[in-house]
Design a protein around this ligand. Structure first.
Ligand code: PLP
Length: 424
């Protein structure tokens, strides 16, 4: 099946669900084992089936199969949020006194997780100062267990050359994990470029309607854990399952099976089947939504680029953008919905601008059907001092606009009016 057909049909057969055309919600905590033998086999991971919704649930399973197919992976595991998915993706292969290497341009929540909670767990994260592959290379040592980056990072929108970074990771026998939340599988499949694990906050574009939190990990199945020789948790007996060896029993699905059997079992960050249902429903229109998000964002970026009260515009599909070439390579169909820009007049103009806007919602989310304006100086980054803000690339003029699916003429008219008001 091609991409758009998968969006609607992957992982679901109505014949297995009372001929329901929509994916049913299974609001149940537990599942009847049917027989003593089957109960025992389920607990020995000898047969497939649902035991308890913390481990798996038919609605969640369909979402997992669908997104695994859209990303080109062998399996997926869904979570209650993107944060929970990122946490598990790393904890699945990294322990106390080990390290990971990450890009420094990451979603704020991921930065906090890495520099605060992981630190407490004894996992040291080394952040690369630049996007250059050599800078990542310098940070890798014997303790490193993975490289973690975002593609079209939130909100800097930089693009790291993932093909080269995957090569670097593999030369060092470690996997590359890519947060693909902003491109979505519609714009890029990181696995095709060598990424081993993909994570998403499904809260954003995948569910797409601002109504369901969620996260997911997709396993490419391509990383050779045994050959790497650094991941005994995957290649040596797991005593909590009678000495099962994931890489032997589950072969290319070892990573994702272990994440379910151990981590979501122990951490409990499973999604509600209702949220998975909403995500599956939203996902059906991913292609149509992403096409319009990209088209409208480019129009907004071009409009802003020609406005004398806008001092800079950041959208990688603009030809003068630093990442234009990499955007053409990795996300040729567009760069998603987020446009960053600087408004002349600093905080004073910024406040007037936000107050004059009529259409976009003033909040911190992205990837909603509705346009969203974020003013980090006043909200997400207000606890930082000037120096810290500068390091994050945030100034009192910085705006982030997630362009929604409204009529583009209305969006531009609203922006034009608010920019004029801001300068009065
Ligand atoms: C929002 C976001 C996350 C975190 O996801 P939640 O669902 O909010 O927990 C992770 N990565 C990126 C790129 C995001 O935009």
């Amino acid at each position: 099946m091609k991409f758009d057909t998968k969006l609607l049909h992957s992982g679901f057969n109505p014949k297995e669900h009372n001929m329901s055309i929509n994916v049913p919600i299974y609001p149940t905590t537990a599942f009847d084992f049917g027989s003593v033998q089957r109960g025992a086999d389920l607990f020995d991971l000898k047969c497939e089936g649902d035991i308890y919704t913390r481990l798996s649930n038919p609605t969640n399973n369909i979402l997992e199969k669908r997104i695994a197919e859209l990303e080109g992976g062998v399996g997926a595991l869904s979570f209650s949020s993107g944060q929970a998915a990122t946490t598990a993706a790393i904890l699945n292969i990294t322990s106390c006194n080990q390290e990971i290497v990450a890009s420094s341009t990451l979603y704020g929540g991921t930065c906090n997780l890495f520099s605060s909670t992981f630190k407490k767990l004894g996992i040291n994260v080394r952040f690369s100062k630049t996007d250059e592959i050599e800078d990542f290379e310098k940070l890798i040592n014997d303790k490193t267990r993975c490289i973690f980056i975002e593609l079209l990072s939130n909100p800097a929108l930089n693009i790291i050359d993932i093909e080269k970074l995957a090569q670097l990771a593999h030369n060092n026998n470690i996997p590359l994990i890519v947060d693909n939340t902003i491109p979505t599988p519609y714009l890029c499949n990181p696995i095709e470029w060598g990424a081993d694990i993909v994570v998403h906050s499904t809260t954003k574009y995948l569910s797409g309607h601002g109504n369901a939190m969620g996260g997911i990990i997709v396993d490419s199945g391509k990383f050779d854990w045994e050959k790497a020789g650094k991941f005994p948790e995957l290649t040596k007996p797991d005593e909590s399952y009678h000495g099962i060896v994931y890489s032997e029993t589950f072969k290319e699905s070892a990573y994702i099976v272990k994440a379910r059997a151990q981590l979501i079992r122990d951490l409990g960050s499973c999604p509600s089947p209702f949220n998975s249902y909403l995500t599956i429903s939203g996902l059906e229109t991913l292609s149509l939504r992403m096409q319009k998000h990209c088209e409208s964002a480019l129009k907004v970026a071009k409009y802003l680029n020609n406005n004398k009260y806008i001092s800079w515009v950041n959208y990688p599909m603009l030809e003068d953008n630093k990442y234009y070439k990499l955007a053409k390579k990795y996300t040729p169909r567009g760069c998603s919905s987020i446009v960053g820009f600087g408004l002349v007049g600093g905080a004073k103009a910024g406040v007037k601008f936000i107050e004059a806007l009529k259409i976009p919602i003033f909040t911190t989310n992205i990837g909603d059907t509705r346009s969203i304006i974020t003013y980090p100086y006043i909200t997400t980054h207000r606890q930082l001092n000037e120096t810290q803000m500068k390091a994050c690339g945030i100034g009192d003029d910085t705006m982030r606009f997630s362009v929604g699916l409204e009529d583009i003429d209305d969006i531009i008219e609203d922006l034009d009016n608010a920019i004029r008001e801001s300068q009065k």
